[in-house]
Design a protein around this ligand. Structure first.
Ligand code: SF4
Ligand code: SF4
Length: 327
């Protein structure tokens, strides 16, 4: 393990940016931090001092042109594959990228747009010093296993980060840092253990969330179908594709969509299999906790807590999967 004093973060990023485009949470000082390419002189927020929106907005932008037409020709808009380093996403977010990989990279036709940002991206994932009240990583899986999704795990010990390389690439990118002694390693392990609490039986969650449970009606009654829980989620991957005319041609673009919106499943025929809030709430939960474990062998929720904090009516997914609202 290595040590990175917080006073040395700017220098570390400057050095890293000589070989990689650095992506990290940045805030305008007033609002949430969002993931973006770090411009020279910009200071990313990786100390947990501000609510950080999901890195999904960078890996899968809310609006992305796939191709356009110009003078009757198709112009491909697949982004260039570059060397990136993504710093300061939570360890849970790094695991959420594994869910994304199943969706976008498995099969014989990987998504080239996602792949361009993912293929050579060194992941520096954070274990924050302070556990936010909404976080429940340990309820959704084995947190120690998630380290395998990272190149480097960064443990925030207050005035410094303990940096644990998990891959050869991570070791190479941190080799200039000083070694951490045993007491720092022990502190890093103790910090991670705080996030690993509350592990539950994944299979039992899936079995408890039954399709015909009468409680779904009750859970969904409060929902106002705003979709924020899905837009803020690091592992929600649903999108829409649209074609639009524009001056001199047309474009096909991909944009975020949400299973919580009434028209998400509206078909061209006018039929909608999920017209009401109850089947949409049920779908969100069953997809994450029943269908994705069956499909991918992993839960589609990583316990980041963003939906808990963002929901305007206080619907708390922990109570639902914990059983209080579905038993
Ligand atoms: S806690 Fe909510 S926002 Fe976070 S991964 Fe789970 S469902 Fe998504
Ligand atoms: S954030 Fe809350 S109110 Fe909005 S769609 Fe999700 S559960 Fe419903």
């Amino acid at each position: 393990m290595k040590l990175l004093p917080k006073s040395g973060v700017a220098g570390f990023i400057k050095e890293l940016s000589k070989t990689r485009e650095v992506v990290a949470p940045v805030s305008d000082g007033e609002s949430y931090a969002v993931f973006k390419s770090v411009a020279p002189g910009e200071t990313p927020i990786i100390d947990g001092s501000r609510f950080i929106l999901s890195p999904r907005s960078w890996f899968m932008p809310g609006y992305e042109v796939l191709f356009e037409t110009k003078d009757g020709e198709i112009v491909d808009k697949t982004p260039e594959t570059k060397a990136y380093a993504t710093i300061g996403l939570y360890l849970a977010d790094a695991h959420a990228l594994e869910v994304f990989d199943r969706v976008f990279l498995d099969g014989d036709k990987p998504d080239p747009y996602y792949n361009a940002r993912r293929a050579d991206n060194a992941i520096f994932a954070l274990v924050p010093a302070k556990k936010r009240w909404s976080v429940f990583w340990g309820m959704t899986g084995n947190v120690c296993d998630w380290k395998k999704a990272c190149d480097v795990v960064m443990y925030d010990l207050g005035s410094e980060f303990v940096m644990e390389p998990m891959t050869d690439r991570g070791a190479e990118l941190t080799k200039s840092l000083a070694d951490a002694d045993d007491s720092k390693k022990a502190a890093a392990d103790a910090l991670l253990a705080r996030y690993d609490e509350g592990e539950v039986d994944v299979k039992a969650i899936g079995e408890r969330l039954m399709w015909d449970n009468p409680k779904w009606e009750e859970v969904s009654r409060k929902c106002v179908a705003c979709g924020v829980c899905t837009y803020g989620c690091p592992s929600c991957s649903c999108f829409d594709m649209r074609d639009d005319l524009k001056c001199g041609g047309a474009e096909r673009y991909r944009c975020l969509d949400s299973c919580q919106h009434a028209d998400f499943t509206l078909m061209g025929s006018g039929y909608n299999p999920r017209p009401g809030r109850m089947p949409r709430t049920r779908q969100r939960l069953l997809h994450k906790f029943k269908y994705q474990p069956e499909q991918f062998g992993m839960i589609g929720c990583v316990g980041c807590g963003r939906c808990v904090e963002l929901c305007p009516v206080g619907i708390d997914i922990r109570k639902i999967v914990g059983g209080k609202e579905t038993k």
